[in-house]
Design a protein around this ligand. Structure first.
Ligand code: GTP
Ligand code: MG
Length: 362
C-alpha cells in the first residue's frame, strides 16, 4: 500500500486533487482510501468525499501531529476494512511541521505499519506569487509564518490553481519558486483537470526519496500564535420554505456571511458548506481569494428544504465569527415563510500545537 501525505494552506486545493485522482484510480479498478483531518468534528470534506463514494476515515479535534495515535489507528482501520492500494491523508490547512511530527514517526517508529511514500504541499498559485514577489498578503505575521513553513518543508511543492494564472504569471512564479526552493520537486497544476492530477499521481507514486526528507526549524511560539489568530466555526443549519425554493435563500445567507467577514476586515482562510437537499449534495467553497461562479452553481438547484453544514475557517476571533454567522442566519429567518433550525455552534481557536512525537534531527 502506498500512503501519500497531502498538506498545504486552507483552501489551496488538497481535497479537489485527492477526489480527482481517487475517482480515476477507482475507475481503473484500484482501491483507494482517504484520511481527512481537522480541528473540528463535523467535516465538510469527509461528507463530500463520502458523497463521491470514496472510502474515508477522519482524524478530528486536532491535527495529525497532535493526534498521531489516532492517525495510526485510523490508518489501520482503513487498511483492514478497505485493503486499499493507495491512501491519501490530507492534513488540516493550519498545520505545519509535518515532516518532524508525522512523516518521520511514520517512517521510523517500530510500530508504524504504514510508512509514507510521498509528501506534497499545495499552495494557491496566486497567493504564492504575491508572497514571492513580496506583496502584502491578507494574513497576520503569525498566520503567514504557518503558510511559509508549510511550503518550506514540502518535498513536492504543488503550485495549484494554475488555470487562474496568466501565462506570464505562471512563468514568473515557476522561476521565482525554482530560485527560492532549489531542492524541491515543483509542479504547476490545475487540480480541476483529471489529466493534471494524473501526472501528479505518476510523480508521487514513483517517489523514492521520502526517507531523505529534512525537518525544518520551527518556532512553536509563533506557530501557536498563528493558529490562535484563526477562528473555527462549525454548525448544521436546516432551512425550509413553506412554499418556495430555498436555494436563493442559501445564496443570500452565504453572501451575508461573506460580506460581513470582508467588511470587518477579517480574512477568510476557507468558508466551505455542504448542502444536502433530497438526493443532492453540493459543496460550496470560498477560499481566501474568492472564485466566481458559486452563486450560479447553487441557483441551478431547487428544493424547498435543505441541510447546510457550515465549516468556516477565518482569521478572526471565535466570538466575532459566531456573531457574524448568527446574525446572517437571523436575517434570513425573518423572511416570511422561512423556517430555520440550527445545531449548537462549535466555535473555537485551534489549541496550542503539542505534537505526540517530534523528530527534530534534520
Ligand atoms: N480553478 C481552480 N480551482 C481550484 C483548483 N483546485 C481547487 N480549486 C478550488 O479551490 C477551492 C478549495 O478547494 P479544496 O480542495 O476544498 O481546498 P482544500 O485545500 O482541501 O481546503 P481545506 O481542506 O479547507 O484546507 C474549491 O472551490 C475548489 O474548487 C484548481 O486547480 N483550479
Ligand atoms: Mg480539504
Amino acid at each position: 500500500m502506498q500512503l501519500h501525505l497531502v498538506g498545504g494552506f486552507l483552501g489551496s486545493g488538497k481535497t479537489t486533487a485527492i477526489i480527482s485522482i481517487s475517482r480515476q484510480l477507482i475507475s481503473h479498478g484500484k482501491k483507494v482510501g482517504v484520511v481527512t483531518n481537522d480541528q473540528g468534528k463535523y467535516l465538510v470534506d469527509t461528507s463530500f468525499l463520502r458523497s463521491q463514494q470514496i472510502p474515508t476515515v477522519e482524524v478530528t479535534n486536532g491535527c495529525f501531529c497532535c493526534r498521531y495515535e489516532d492517525l495510526e489507528e485510523k490508518l489501520e482501520q482503513l487498511t483492514e476494512k478497505e485493503k486499499p492500494d493507495v491512501v491519501f491523508a490530507e492534513s488540516v490547512g493550519s498545520c505545519s511541521d509535518i515532516v518532524a511530527t508525522v512523516i518521520k514517526p511514520l517512517l521510523e517508529l517500530a510500530g508504524s505499519k504504514t510508512p509514507p511514500t510521498s509528501f506534497s504541499v499545495f499552495a494557491d498559485g496566486r497567493l504564492l506569487l504575491a508572497f514571492l514577489e513580496d506583496e502584502e498578503l491578507p494574513f497576520s505575521e503569525n498566520v503567514l509564518y504557518i503558510f511559509k513553513k508549510q511550503i518550506e518543508e514540502a518535498q513536492i511543492l504543488v503550485i495549484n490553481k494554475a488555470d487562474l494564472l496568466s501565462a506570464a504569471e505562471a512563468e514568473r512564479l515557476l522561476n521565482l519558486s525554482a530560485q527560492a526552493f532549489p531542492d524541491k520537486i515543483i509542479r504547476l497544476q490545475n487540480s480541476t483537470s483529471d489529466e493534471d492530477t494524473r501526472k501528479w499521481y505518476d510523480l508521487i507514486s514513483s517517489n523514492s526519496t521520502i526517507s531523505t526528507i529534512n525537518t525544518v526549524e520551527m518556532d512553536y511560539e509563533k506557530y501557536g500564535k498563528g493558529e490562535a489568530e484563526l477562528a473555527w466555526f462549525d454548525q448544521e443549519v436546516e432551512i425550509r420554505h413553506k412554499t418556495g425554493n430555498v436555494f436563493p435563500l442559501i445564496v443570500d445567507l452565504i453572501q451575508l456571511i461573506f460580506n460581513k467577514i470582508v467588511s470587518q476586515r477579517d480574512t477568510i482562510g476557507h468558508l466551505k458548506l455542504m448542502i444536502t437537499s433530497g438526493k443532492e449534495q453540493i459543496k460550496i467553497s470560498i477560499p481566501t481569494i474568492e472564485q466566481e461562479g458559486w452563486q450560479e452553481d447553487l441557483l441551478q438547484h431547487q428544493g424547498n428544504e435543505a441541510k447546510i453544514l457550515i465549516n468556516a475557517r477565518v482569521q478572526s476571533s471565535p466570538t466575532e465569527l459566531s456573531e457574524i454567522i448568527r446574525m446572517a442566519i437571523h436575517e434570513i429567518s425573518k423572511i416570511p415563510g422561512v423556517l430555520i433550525s440550527t445545531s449548537p455552534a462549535d466555535s473555537f481557536q485551534p489549541g496550542f500545537p503539542n505534537p505526540t512525537h517530534r523528530f527534530n534531527q534534520p
